[in-house]
Design a protein around this ligand. Structure first.
Ligand SMILES: [Zn+2]
Ligand SMILES: [Zn+2]
Length: 268
């Protein structure tokens, strides 16, 4: 579940392609390992728009398509629908000499359409994706006291299922990544009914609001924050959760959890 990248560290792009496959020139690389990888240049841009990390923590990533209006397909749709497709989004900054620097795991928040020059100098519609860092989402959810919504479990489930979609039905306003993350977490904890979904142990203590304390673990992700498919998230008591992240057999244990999830959510 870890892809072996450390934030701020530099890697040779060819080595990443050796591991994950994909085109060495493309800015948006869809791999078969449940990961979409973004390679972006910052600061300099001969045409179009430069990627940047905004002061509010949003990473702006310019879409794909060099000539004519951008279209929501290929790499662009891979970004928009990464949660729905069960893919993690990893962002890298392009440095010199074939090196890239790992920025971190991201979540699609929304995109906007702007006018920007294409490769031929013509003004066209272009997408700017607004991505939120997984760390920011995780921190917001950790500080969140609104654990367990009081709604019935099937309502929580519907909301959590919708959270996996970047673009919900047209009559509803899009929900932020943090709201969608909360929807997933609330359902997972309600589904667990106070017991670890791995070993069956009771939650070790209650939260200040009286609800049982369990942790939501993402079996296909590097981080435990963010919206996800509910078939990828399991409620664990703290020992099982520590085991998957810190034990010598953590990787195998995570594989066992994935198998367990197929029993918990057999219809997904
Ligand atoms: Zn357990
Ligand atoms: Zn975890």
């Amino acid at each position: 579940m870890s892809w072996g990248f450390e934030r701020g560290k530099s890697y040779r792009r060819v080595d990443i392609h050796k591991d994950f496959g994909g085109n060495g020139r493309s800015g948006i690389v869809t791999t078969h390992k449940g990961v979409v990888i973004l390679f972006g240049r910052e600061g300099v841009s001969s045409y179009g728009y430069a990627n940047r990390l905004r002061p509010d923590g949003i990473y702006e990533f310019f879409g794909e398509g060099q000539v004519g209006p951008m279209t929501m397909d290929k790499g662009n749709v891979a970004i928009r629908d990464h949660v729905h497709n069960g893919n993690a989004l990893l962002a890298f900054r392009i440095l010199k000499n074939g090196l890239v620097q790992y920025i971190g795991e991201m979540f699609y928040e929304q995109h906007r359409t702007i006018k920007a020059k294409d490769k031929l100098g013509d003004r066209r519609d272009a997408f700017v994706f607004e991505l939120r860092s997984a760390d920011a989402v995780e921190a917001a959810i950790d500080d969140d006291d609104e654990v367990y919504a009081a709604d019935p479990i099937d309502v929580l489930r519907q909301r959590a299922l919708a959270a996996g979609q970047a673009s919900p039905s047209k009559d509803k306003a899009p929900r932020s990544v943090i709201e969608r993350s909360r929807d997933v977490r609330n359902y997972i904890l309600a589904r667990a009914k106070g017991h670890c979904e791995c070993c069956g142990e009771s939650a070790p203590f209650a939260r200040p609001n009286g609800t049982p304390y369990l942790e939501a673990h993402h079996t296909h992700r590097l981080s435990d924050g963010g919206p996800d498919l509910i078939s990828h998230v399991i409620a664990l008591h703290p020992v099982c959760h520590r085991r998957v992240h810190h034990a010598a057999d953590g990787k195998d244990f995570n594989e066992a959890l994935k198998a367990r999830m197929r029993e918990i959510e057999p219809n997904l």
